[in-house]
Design a protein around this ligand. Structure first.
Ligand SMILES: [Zn+2]
Length: 521
């Protein structure tokens, strides 16, 4: 036996001086916190004695860490990677570890409550090794796992972590650290605790109770966005009101959007845009006070998604200053008998006038005829009255209830099927669900669930809108922002033709405004 093998063999098996199995069992009975762990180390390269000392270091580090946690090291597995060479006398301890994990005890009969490794790349050489390891590890509940990234919950993300995705070997140290922080986020999130590093806008520093003025601003913004207000408009309004983000920055389009689509608003917890759900697939409800109802949250996110078309960017980004720009068209009859029909522009009225803005046909150099001019206040008022009257007629005719979502059963069935598939796959007794069957069926069910959830969101949005429509149209109109009004006008009117009133300072005649209604579908 070479020097290296000698060293390695000393680093394998039950550590010297460990109490007997009976004694350890007695210790466990009196101290339920105590955990019996096993350590795994591997020599990575050739037969240099130095490498064997490396393994000695690995085991010493792990033993010290175990002592710090109050764990008892009951077995040491050490693989000598020179396994291909003839002089190899060390059997594959990794295989032994898997067998022992599955059996629940070390070769000498000590229970195994956890595994320690210096690095998880010490534990496996191929992705399938990691997969097999996880399977053996999770045959018992409540085991602990510790490596250079600290204690990690192999049950939480378990199989999804890496082995099955085949990316195990490529994970960099940074990625592992990210995952670790994500894991701890996730377990806290599952408990419904706040994981935000900063105070979320709308809440106090305790991240639980509401900051009234911010919460109210959010509540109003959600209401307005559902009714058609743009995020740019909310951004401007929040800036004007002097709100800043909890990090002390001015609000931007993106930060306002992030605030409004966050499930936290309705008390739900989400990670990376996905709701965190419990075992029954119900969203986890946080311990903080909600600002809006889940229904409102569904409606506002659906609205924002639909408008942004998933790009997350404002569409157009242009905030109009006047109600009817782009809607009013010049009705002046040109010399050749055709109508000018140019889109009129909004302008600031001259200082000496009683009204603040006006609409006019562009100058001839800009392609207009410059013949039509309308005072802004009366024009706006006249068109608003027309639209309100039209909306009132519409609301009366479509005030009937949107029926309840009729696919709740289908969603429940799909979720149940997926859970059942997972359960059976995890269940070793159930031999008809092998990995291949599992992964062939899982995406189908996942896609189905995703589609149904999208459908559910769309339906909730529709319902919220219908309820909104039933409210008193005129009052609702009064509280609309400019953008909301423009949206509403453009929904029912394709244009308004403004016929010029002739020369001189004539009184305003609403009859000279000719609405072009959209034919209702
Ligand atoms: Zn014109």
């Amino acid at each position: 036996m070479g020097k290296r093998e000698e060293l390695v063999s000393k680093l394998r098996g039950t550590p010297e001086g460990l109490p007997s199995v009976e004694e350890v069992r007695a210790m466990l009975a009196s101290d339920p916190e105590l955990k019996c762990v096993v350590c795994y180390a591997r020599i990575s390269f050739d037969g240099r004695v130095k490498d064997a000392h490396g393994v000695e270091d690995q085991h010493r580090d792990m033993t010290e860490t175990a002592r710090r946690f109050g764990w008892l090291v009951v077995y040491r597995y050490t693989d000598n990677d020179k396994s291909a060479s003839k002089e190899n006398i060390v059997r594959d301890d990794f295989e032994q570890l898997l067998a022992d994990l599955a059996a629940g005890t070390t070769p000498d009969g000590y229970p195994i409550h956890g595994v320690m490794a210096v690095n998880d790349d010490r534990l496996y050489r191929r992705p399938s090794d990691w997969e097999r390891y996880l399977k053996a590890f999770t045959t018992q509940e409540g085991r602990v796992y510790h490596d250079s990234n600290g204690i990690q919950d192999l049950y939480a993300e378990g199989f999804e972590i890496k082995g099955l995705l085949g990316v195990a070997m490529s994970l960099s140290e940074t990625r592992k650290k990210e995952r670790r922080s994500r894991n701890s986020h996730r377990s806290r999130a599952i408990r419904g605790q706040s994981v935000a590093a900063w105070r979320p806008f709308g809440w106090e520093d305790d991240k639980v109770s509401l900051r009234p003025d911010e919460a109210e601003a959010i509540r109003q913004a959600v209401k307005d966005v559902i009714a058609g207000a743009s995020i740019s408009e909310i951004t401007r309004r929040w800036k004007e009101a002097g709100f800043i983000t909890s990090r002390g920055n001015a609000f931007q389009y993106q930060t306002v959007k992030q605030v409004l689509v966050n499930a936290r608003l309705c008390g739900y917890r989400e990670i990376k845009g996905e709701l965190v759900r419990d075992g029954d697939d119900q969203p986890i409800v946080g311990e903080w006070e909600p600002i809006i109802t889940p229904k409102e949250w569904f409606a506002v996110t659906a609205k924002i998604r639909e408008r942004g078309r998933g790009t997350g960017m404002p569409r157009g980004g242009l905030v109009h200053k006047y109600l009817l720009t782009g809607i009013l068209r010049c009705g002046h009859v040109l010399e050749d008998g055709t109508v000018c029909n140019n889109k009129m522009i909004g302008i600031k009225a001259n200082d000496w006038l009683k009204y603040r803005h006006a609409y006019m046909c562009k100058k001839t150099v800009d392609g207009g005829c410059n013949k039509t001019y309308k005072r802004g206040d009366k024009t706006d008022k006249a068109i608003e009255e027309l639209v309100i009257a039209k909306l009132e007629r519409d609301a009366a005719s479509k005030a009937q209830d949107v029926p309840d979502w009729d696919k709740a059963d289908a969603l429940e069935r799909a979720v149940r099927s997926r859970n059942e598939l997972e359960r059976r796959w995890h269940d070793d007794e159930d031999t008809d669900i092998d990995d291949e069957t599992f992964f062939r069926n899982l995406p189908v069910l996942e896609r189905r669930i995703k589609e149904l959830r999208a459908d559910q969101r769309a339906h909730e949005a529709l319902k919220a809108e219908a309820e909104e429509a039933k409210e008193d149209v005129r009052n609702a109109w009064g509280s609309k922002t400019l953008t909301q009004k423009r949206e509403a006008i453009k929904k029912v009117l394709s244009a308004v033709i403004a016929v010029p009133g002739g020369k001189g300072n004539k009184t305003f005649d609403p009859e000279l405004l000719k609405p072009v209604w959209r034919t209702s579908e």
